[in-house]
Design a protein around this ligand. Structure first.
Ligand code: IVH
Length: 670
């Protein structure tokens, strides 16, 4: 075993090496080692830190994903207001901007820095003595949300600055843009669809949504990137121009955009704009224009700020990718969650290189507001979105033959009745609608529901695509030979799956209620309903007023439940499930009062005898509570194999830490 002294030295060496390779990779885009070699360094560091946890520091490259999920984001004040930009839409407006600047500065010619305008999410990052200490979203410009832990998971965010040519400033606040690359966005959407979730509209929304996950682990799974473009505050250094500022950022290891350009005058800016407009189509990320900044920082100071935007910078936006075409028809698509989306079928047009033949109309309110009719000529745009959108009707082109569209009252896919929820219409045939089938099955089989082991989204896809399962109840008709015909199944795996499907017939009523996938009915609500109604029939026949009488059931939930059971197709499917042997009987939750009453548990690391879900359930059944965050309120921290950072935190707080055996004793299962 390596001595403590040696370990300390090697740990520091490894961290330096890793930071250096991060810099080569992210900032210079010139990696010198392979991914495998990099991973090896990382693993060695991890092992040494595991051996000597006392050497772990928050800025160690291993500490990117450590923090537990947050309850909510804290609000933090920015060190300096995060301003927004005025827009220009054509050359004339740009030249006027330049004229004004020259006039106010009394100069013949002004140099600018021109940069791509990244279409992402603006953030502030603060480094104190070189260590990343706080990051926040723009918010209202003065206060933002503290997303430090989430930013740490982005590999291009250095946890510690490089010394570089300029040394480490005591305090540095920088601004940058978090983005998601288009191919990563498309991959993410594919995954979301596979898991039965709604895809995201565009890379910007995806970046924003990913950065704002309460659980940093989830952010870590999202492929985010960042470019830095402004120094907001720096102590002890004199920087003269924006061009120099960018150079400083790079020296500190903060990646800047490689396409930035220093322009001697406005003509060069215009030239740059035209180049970028062409280049835009080849970039791996979305830009929606260029940002033009007076290069000289003293001049910036002189020009000052107007309202909420600087007078020394402007966004020169690209023209939207838009075309005029005709709406041939309006159809309705049913999403995986049952939401009905009206879609315009268009006379195909080329919108900057892409043929567009359909465009989303979002929802019925949108159609009414824009007054889109079948036969109308409309303006369609292709923003960063996957699906083009109809933005405007050209009313002058109307002939009087246009037809007004109505939302159907029956689902176009399954014929179940449609209900309106706010701006949205939804098919209520959750159990029987083919459009929702994959999602319904995956949910039905999931851990908290019927817990059918081995029936993940991939297998669900297979079963549905091969036509073996047309409704949930078909699961109970599957045979081993059926499964053996599917790719990837062998006798053993087929047997196992059939067995777990069989086992699911014994699941309790509350799990079954949850498994039905009624909107607004989560695991907890399902327990409440089971407790109150005791049988499925009682619940199915409950009137809205009876549901509302249950504490915890609000009007929306009551409505969803009634809508769900009112649909004959759902009732028929439930009947089939019962006939096939699904019992869904009420199990009184035996609260062995006293044993764990009022005790709060946190689990970290893998347990041998239980899954995390099971352990939590046991605690709850015995009257205790299982939470995911370590805090002083926690009574027991149960540590399994390979515990995470919760273990460290528990030690710091001096909480009671027990292992699996001790936990088993506690619950009387030793
Ligand atoms: S500078 C005072 N530079 O555009 C300086 N902003 O419309 C303000 N943006 O909220 C920002 N790329 O999120 C700047 N190279 C760039 C940018 C950029 C994208 C975004 C930023 C800002 C928005 C303003």
């Amino acid at each position: 075993m390596i001595s403590k002294e040696e370990a300390k030295k090697r740990i520091e060496e490894l961290r330096k090496l890793i930071r250096h390779h991060d810099y080569l990779y992210y900032v210079l885009n010139k990696p010198e080692i392979s991914d495998a070699e990099y991973d090896k360094l990382m693993r060695e560091l991890q092992q040494l830190e595991e051996m000597y946890p006392e050497f772990i520091t928050p800025d160690s490259p291993t500490q990117r994903v450590g923090a537990p999920p947050a309850e909510e984001f804290k609000t933090v004040a920015h060190l300096k207001p995060m301003l927004s930009l005025d827009n220009a839409f054509n050359e004339e407006e740009m030249r006027r901007f330049d004229e004004r600047i020259k006039r106010e500065l009394g100069k013949e010619e002004v140099a600018y820095v021109a940069e791509p305008k990244l279409d992402g999410l603006s953030v502030e990052l603060v480094y104190e003595n070189g260590v990343f200490t706080r990051g926040s979203t723009r918010g209202d410009g003065y206060n933002g949300e503290d997303v430090t832990e989430n930013l740490k998971t982005i590999r291009a965010v250095p946890l510690r600055l490089r010394e570089g040519k300029y040394g480490i400033p005591r305090l540095l606040a920088v601004r940058g843009e978090v983005i998601m690359h288009i191919h990563d966005f498309e991959e993410l959407n594919k995954k979301l669809i596979e898991r039965g979730e709604e895809p995201l509209a565009n890379p910007r929304n995806a970046a924003a949504g990913s950065l704002r996950r309460l659980d940093p682990k989830e952010t870590a799974e999202r492929p985010l990137d960042i470019f830095f473009y402004e120094i907001m505050v720096v102590e002890g250094l004199k920087i003269n121009t924006q061009w120099e500022a960018l150079e400083h950022l790079r020296e500190w290891g903060l990646k800047t955009n490689p396409l930035v350009k220093r322009c001697k005058n406005i003509d060069e800016v215009i030239e740059y704009y035209n180049e970028m407009k062409e280049k835009r189509e080849q970039l791996s990320y979305e830009i929606d224009g260029i940002v033009v900044k007076v290069d000289n920082l003293e001049d910036q100071e002189k020009l000052g700020i107007k309202a909420r935007s600087p007078r020394w910078a402007i966004a020169y936006k690209f023209p939207p990718r838009e075309k005029i075409t005709q709406v041939m028809d309006i159809i309705v698509q049913v999403g995986r969650t049952g939401t009905l989306t009206p879609v315009a079928l268009l006379k195909p047009v080329d919108v900057s290189g892409v043929t567009v033949s359909r465009a989303t109309l979002h929802n019925f309110d949108y159609i009414r507001e824009k007054d889109v009719r079948i036969g109308d000529w409309v303006k369609v745009i292709r923003a960063g979105d996957v699906i083009p959108e109809v933005v405007e009707v050209i009313k002058e082109k109307r002939t009087g033959k246009e037809k007004i569209f109505q939302m159907p009252d029956k689902c176009p896919v399954c014929g179940s009745h449609v209900v309106r929820e706010g701006a949205y219409y939804r098919c209520t045939g959750g159990l029987s609608c083919p459009a929702q089938l994959k999602r319904s099955i995956a949910h039905y089989a999931s851990k908290g529901a019927m817990d059918i082991e081995g029936l993940g989204p991939k297998i669900v896809d297979l079963l549905v695509d091969k036509g073996l399962v047309k409704r949930i109840s078909d699961l109970y008709k599957l045979t081993i030979p059926d499964l053996l015909r599917l790719p990837g199944f062998a006798l053993k795996s087929a047997k196992n799956l059939i067995e777990s499907i069989e086992k699911s017939k014994e699941r309790s009523l509350d799990r079954f209620i949850y498994a039905l996938g009624i909107p607004n009915v989560g695991e907890h609500m399902a327990k409440v309903l089971a407790e109150r109604f005791k049988t499925l029939d009682n619940l199915m026949n409950a009137r809205e007023i009876e549901l509302l009488a249950v504490p915890e059931v609000g009007p929306e939930t009551a409505r969803s439940i009634v809508d769900f059971f009112r649909e004959p197709k759902n009732r028929e499917e439930i009947q089939r499930l019962k006939e096939l042997g699904v019992k869904a009987t009420f199990e009184k939750m035996e609260k062995k009062e006293g044993i764990l009453k009022g005790k709060v548990f946190v689990f970290t690391g893998a347990l041998k005898s239980f899954t995390r879900e099971e352990a939590k359930r046991i605690v709850e059944e015995l009257g205790g509570r299982a939470v995911s965050n370590v805090s002083r309120n926690v009574d027991y921290v149960v540590v399994g194999e390979n515990p995470g950072s919760k273990y460290e935190r528990a030690k710091q707080l001096g909480l009671k830490i027990i292992n699996e055996e001790e936990f088993k004793k506690l619950i009387g299962r030793a």
